[in-house]
Design a protein around this ligand. Structure first.
Ligand SMILES: [Zn+2]
Length: 309
């Protein structure tokens, strides 16, 4: 491999839900991955079943989905052994891990953490969500979640006889979608350095602030400009909180319009996000009525003129 070249590691994991003493845990039962060179050729593949330690019982849903049975896992190695094989397969050069969505990287992180191997996650130098890249490439909104096989079909990739929901087949399919839609520009947009900040952000649990007395609240953020004329509006009511949103009525003194505004105060890794949705009260209906009346008058006038002619 050329120097400075990037190896793309497309990974897919299968896991089984386990209830443990310390709570629910997604335990990896299979690791599959393919490696692409920078010409998008598959250069190598990895596939290993992992014998679960937290629970021996594979959930019915997982069995149905993956067709992995307890029998299949009986002779498999444990997570640490398989991960070490995976690590050797990945090698030491520059790389980027890709997966369809970000749940695989989250689950890998959790599994390494459970075995006190968290620092091993840094064998993966960069991360790119192949789902985001692929959806962007074909103009599907990123807020929409398209399943891998549905997406493959959408872009004309034959799935064939391969059984899906098995780690190697799914990573091959992800690799084909990625290889088909890859451009350096798109990749540059979605690749992230997989450093501690990346994982801190990934594991941050966002939440909506309910208590307006919370010290993170910035009261001046509630001031809102009138969408009609741009002047700041006056708040007419106290805030009422419903479903972790804060509602109040506002009025613009300059143009007389009134709005119901919902404020959502989301705490993210990067801090407070204040989102507002404005709904015009009353005035909207009046304005529409007035326009319709004007319109009818205009037709009427035109009609009169025509008649007069
Ligand atoms: Zn106004």
């Amino acid at each position: 491999m050329k120097e400075n070249s990037m190896k793309y590691i497309i990974i897919d994991l299968e896991w089984n839900g386990a209830n443990t003493r310390t709570g629910y845990f997604d335990e990896i039962i299979e690791i599959g991955a393919v490696s692409l060179d920078d010409q998008m050729n598959i250069t190598s593949e990895f596939q290993k079943l992992v014998s679960p330690k937290q629970t021996k019982k594979i959930r019915g849903r997982i069995k149905d989905l993956t067709h992995i049975t307890n029998d299949d896992l009986k002779n498999a190695d444990g997570f640490i052994t398989v991960f070490n094989q995976f690590k050797a397969w990945v090698g030491t050069g520059d790389n980027c891990m890709l997966s369809w969505g970000n749940s695989d990287i989250t689950v890998l992180y959790e599994n390494l953490k459970r075995y006190d191997l968290l620092k091993e996650i840094y064998i993966l130098k960069n991360f790119c969500d192949a789902q985001l890249l692929c959806q962007k490439a074909v103009d599907i909104p990123l807020t929409k979640q398209i399943g891998l096989s549905a997406f493959a079909e959408l872009v004309g990739i034959e799935i064939g006889e391969d059984q899906l929901h098995r780690a190697l087949n799914d990573s091959r399919l992800t690799a084909r979608c990625f290889a088909k839609l890859f451009t350096p520009q798109l990749f540059g947009e979605f690749v992230k350095k997989a450093d501690p900040v990346f994982y801190a952000r990934m594991n941050f649990k966002c939440y909506n602030l309910q208590d307006l007395a919370d010290e993170q609240v910035v009261m001046s953020d509630f001031m809102t400009e009138c969408p009609g004329c741009g002047s700041f509006m006056k708040r007419l009511t106290r805030f009422t909180c419903k479903n972790k949103k804060h509602y109040a009525k506002y009025r613009c003194d300059a143009c007389g319009k009134k709005y119901n505004i919902s404020h959502t105060l989301k705490i993210t890794y990067d801090g407070l996000e204040h989102k507002k949705i404005l709904n015009e009260i009353g005035a909207t209906v009046d304005a529409t009525d007035a326009e319709e009346t004007d319109g009818m008058n205009a037709v009427g006038t035109e009609g009169n003129i025509l008649e007069a002619e």
